[in-house]
Write a protein that binds this ligand. Structure first.
Ligand code: PGA
Length: 246
């Protein structure tokens, strides 16, 4: 059975007060596609205002600290995200795994902290170009998944985003066969571990022009979208493609 498609925008370090108007435009346009779950993961400092501006629309964070509270200067806890109005958060994005040297163990702890607070989680995995070219993509991503998955999760609160690092922000996208092979491998692990129903998103240079093809791939249940999520005109065609894919 096809899972309900989920399209999440990752605004990364973009967005000021003036952009709340665009968030509202995106939320309003998304309501025309009730067959698709849509969310925007915005900078932490915008979450509260965004959540107030678009009640009923899913606003998320992009990272969370694994601890409940404490001496962690500059960090944001799951309870703080929830308190600000977030309904979900990304964890383990490759930009954090790389730049902040986040390990699988840490990503797992973040996912568990978020789930314990009632937040949905989008957990990211993905291989580098060197790993892909050396033929180790599946093995690497499956190992990352095994190391980062929370101990328990319900299908409604966890999604996995497969994001090949070399496809993020580059305009390069894996072939349909490469996406299918990876998503099948991820699906196998998820089904074994939690049972069926956890959505697997593809991420990395998703655009209106390639979304339909990507959503047509088996085991692709949605997308995590960076650059093309900043403007309604770029993002909504992706949501529309998800709706059309069913
Ligand atoms: P991109 O980013 O769509 O700009 O490639 C995707 C992501 O990093 O989540």
């Amino acid at each position: 059975m096809a899972l309900k498609k989920f399209v999440a925008g990752n605004w990364k370090m973009h967005g000021l007060s003036a952009d709340l108007a665009e968030i509202k435009v995106i939320a309003d346009a998304s309501r025309q596609y009730p067959g698709v779950d849509v969310a925007l993961c915005v900078p932490a400092i915008l979450i509260e205002r965004a959540a107030r501006a678009v009640p009923g629309f899913a606003i998320g964070g992009q990272d969370v600290h694994h601890a409940e509270k404490g001496a962690h200067t500059g960090s944001v806890s799951a309870q703080m995200l929830h308190d600000a109005g977030a309904g979900l958060t990304i964890v383990g994005h490759s930009e954090r795994r790389d730049a902040q040297r986040e390990s699988d163990v840490e990503v797992k702890a973040k996912a568990e902290a978020a789930l314990a607070c009632g937040l949905g989680v989008i957990l990211c995995v993905g291989e580098s170009l060197a790993v892909r070219e050396a033929g180790g993509a599946i093995e690497t991503v499956v190992a990352q998944l095994e190391g980062s998955l929370p101990e328990s999760a319900k299908a409604a609160s966890l999604a996995i985003a497969y994001e090949p690092i070399w496809a993020i922000g580059t305009g390069k996208v894996p072939t349909v066969a490469e996406i299918a092979e990876m998503h099948r491998a991820i699906r196998g692990r998820l089904d074994e571990r939690y049972g069926a129903g956890i959505r697997i998103l593809y991420g990395g240079s998703v655009k209106g022009s390639n979304a339909a093809e990507i959503f047509g791939v088996a085991d692709v249940d949605g997308a995590l979208v960076g650059g093309a999520s900043l403007k309604c005109a770029d993002f909504i065609p992706i949501v529309a493609a998800a709706a059309a894919a069913g």
